[in-house]
Design a protein around this ligand. Structure first.
Ligand code: 13P
Length: 283
């Protein structure tokens, strides 16, 4: 069932597990994710970045595609369509109007005051339409900044003020994770994560979920993480399968066969993550 993230993340918080956000890039990925998550009986969040939204033909196309695939595949698990890292209020409004069930407003590069101002506006628009909202404090760095380690750690007092002033549903505090591959070992500020959980009492979100060690993910869940965002790991898994197919089969030309060559790897990566997060059989 298509729904917002409220029920799934509050259940994750109450029962100390986490739900995966897998980012989608096209129809085939969406289908692989839905099929595998249905088999595992896990709730799932389909993350759509602004860039991926444009690539797939706009937010309305994304919503129609997900809805129709869910019907076609007889999907019964809870599924959220979530706008990842929206850069503006207008982008959130477009996604909500198109039928997204959840949005993330990312004004984390702005001052706290500006971040609060725009997030509050998004919350008002979203909540009036039954849509949930995630916000970011501090800044998760990574490839998009052109620097590795461009991380601005979230301050506990900023998180408390942000949550109280905006009415946001879920908080993504930047605590050491980065988008894309890590150069060196990830170092996460678990003490601060726990303090933010205690003081805000909201389900927390960890971005940059690819490449974080399993033990760190378990610890993050015990410190309040209820949602883990994963993009790069699925991309790497899929590309590996396709690369192997292309290099081992010089005759292949049917795009369906080429794209399908990444299916088993993606599904394997999803299963491992869902097992680790503890969301299997929670749907
Ligand atoms: P990765 O690409 O590092 O998995 O991060 C995904 C993410 O945080 C999307 O918001």
């Amino acid at each position: 069932m298509l729904e917002n993230m409220s029920r799934m993340l509050l259940d994750a918080k109450a029962n100390k597990y986490a739900v995966a956000q897998f980012n989608i890039n096209n129809l085939e990925w969406t289908r692989f994710i839905l099929e595998k998550c249905e088999e595992l009986k896990t709730p799932v969040i389909l993350g759509v970045s602004e860039g991926a939204g444009k690539y797939m033909g706009g937010y309305k196309t994304v919503v129609s595609m997900v809805k129709n695939l869910m019907e076609y595949l007889s999907i019964t698990i809870p599924v959220a369509i979530h706008l990842d890292h929206a850069s503006s209020y207008e982008s959130c409004v477009d996604a909500i109007d198109a039928g997204f069930t959840s949005v993330m407003i990312d004004a984390s590069k702005e001052t706290l005051e500006k971040n609060i101002e725009v997030s509050k506006k998004v919350v008002e628009y979203a909540h009036a339409r039954g849509v949930t909202v995630e916000g970011e404090i501090g800044h998760v760095g990574g490839q998009e900044d052109g620097v590795v380690g461009g991380i601005l750690y979230a301050e506990v007092s900023d998180c408390v003020e942000y949550v109280a002033s905006t009415g946001i549903d879920f908080l993504a505090p930047a605590l050491g994770s980065v988008h894309g591959p890590y150069h060196g070992d990830p170092v996460l500020a678990f003490d601060r994560m726990e303090e933010i959980k205690e003081k805000t009492n909201l389900p927390l979100v960890l971005h940059g979920g690819s490449g974080i060690y399993d033990e760190q993910i378990r610890q993050a869940i015990s410190c309040g993480i209820c949602k883990l965002n994963i993009n790069t790991e699925l991309q790497q898994a899929w590309t590996k399968g396709v690369r192997e197919k292309l290099s081992s089969d010089a005759e292949v030309y049917d795009p369906r066969k080429v794209i399908k060559a990444g299916e088993a790897n993606i599904k394997e990566a999803i299963e491992a993550k869902v097992e680790l997060l503890g969301s299997k059989d929670r749907a």
